[in-house]
Design a protein around this ligand. Structure first.
Ligand SMILES: [Zn+2]
Length: 332
């Protein structure tokens, strides 16, 4: 019986191969763990945008100068030879430029894993629970941060952080603050605090400033992935950081918070960005840094100082956190 089964099995296998039922791996197909064909462009690995779109059952089309990938999972925009794009109308900064070759759009494999997959598929995120949140009001004490005409950054960050704490507590989270009064704190100590209390999330609150006083708007930072350049920079870096383990969750959190802020307070969208700030790279949990607006812009400074606007900002950050959390729970 055994001998017969074996022979039968081998025959079936042979028949399968001959009739093409069992596909043997093609030597010519350059495919990696993503399952997509790849090619190297300027020394970097790229996938065909069409293959990615088909995988997610999305439609890829060219509209004027940009490309849109749209389906049930949302809408991604790519601009050939530009780092900026968007997801569901919120500005994103890709790691590397998308490239058009022979009329076809190619997306770097880094961006597939660091942006496309993270945003389109919640299953790619770590299903960590969210119970304890550490809020970090930027600057403090001698370190006053940026100075506007009427307000100091260190005071505004604390005011927004306190309001955020109230909202998150009402939502049932256990919330801590790196500082509750006007005192100086080292960046590394802020990150250490998150690791010491085993926080599930770290939210750093800052106000922005620029020499050009017309610049305004909100931007949210997540850690730059290993092997990619930060936003606005080109240098690729391979140093490993504790924050690497949560880097995808951090990007998802950053998108959700930026999205909630832009939709609620209607500030200018400066996008989800990447940086290797100490508080992002040294924290082991999902971490973001929110630049709530420009203290160097007269109109925005006045808004940032108003209790009503601070309340709206804090509420929208809390909503973004909740939406990120809900998205994680969809997994189960
Ligand atoms: Zn700051």
């Amino acid at each position: 019986m055994i001998a017969f089964s074996k022979t039968f099995f081998i025959l079936t296998l042979l028949l399968g191969v001959l009739t093409g039922t069992f596909a043997l791996p093609e030597a010519s197909a350059a495919r990696d763990q993503s399952g997509f064909d790849y090619r190297y462009i300027s020394g970097r690995k790229y996938y065909r945008a069409y293959d990615i779109a088909r995988y997610y059952r999305m439609k890829l089309r060219k509209i004027g100068k940009y490309y849109e990938m749209q389906g049930n999972r949302g809408r991604l925009v790519f601009n050939p030879n530009k780092r900026y794009g968007s997801y569901n109308y919120i500005v994103l900064n890709y790691d590397f430029i998308p490239i058009v070759q022979n009329g076809e759009l190619y997306i770097s494999s880094a961006d597939f894993f660091n942006h496309v997959q993270v945003l389109l598929n919640p299953l790619s995120l770590r299903p960590a629970g969210v119970r304890t949140i550490l809020i970090d009001p930027g600057h403090g004490g001698k370190d006053q941060g940026a100075a506007g005409l009427r307000y100091l950054e260190k005071n505004l960050t604390l005011q927004v952080a306190r309001r955020l704490q109230n909202h998150l507590r009402k939502m049932g989270y256990r919330v801590y603050m790196t500082r509750v009064n006007d005192r100086k704190l080292e960046l590394s100590d802020r990150a250490k605090a998150a690791n010491n209390i085993k926080a599930d999330m770290f939210i750093s609150i800052h106000m922005n400033a620029a020499a050009n006083r017309s610049v305004r708007g909100v931007e949210t930072f997540a850690l730059t992935p290993c092997g990619s350049p930060s936003s606005g920079a080109n240098k690729v870096q391979y140093t490993r950081y504790p924050g690497d383990t949560a880097v995808n969750n951090s990007l998802s959190l950053a998108w959700n918070v930026q999205n909630a802020i832009i939709r609620t307070v209607r500030a200018a969208d400066r996008g989800v960005k990447r940086a290797r700030f100490v508080v992002l790279r040294e924290t082991r949990c999902p971490s973001i840094l929110v630049e709530c607006g420009f203290i160097s812009n007269r109109a925005e400074e006045n808004q940032l100082g108003s209790p009503a606007y601070q309340e709206k900002l804090a509420q929208s950050i809390a909503i973004g956190i909740y939406q990120y959390h809900r998205n994680l729970r969809k997994k189960n």
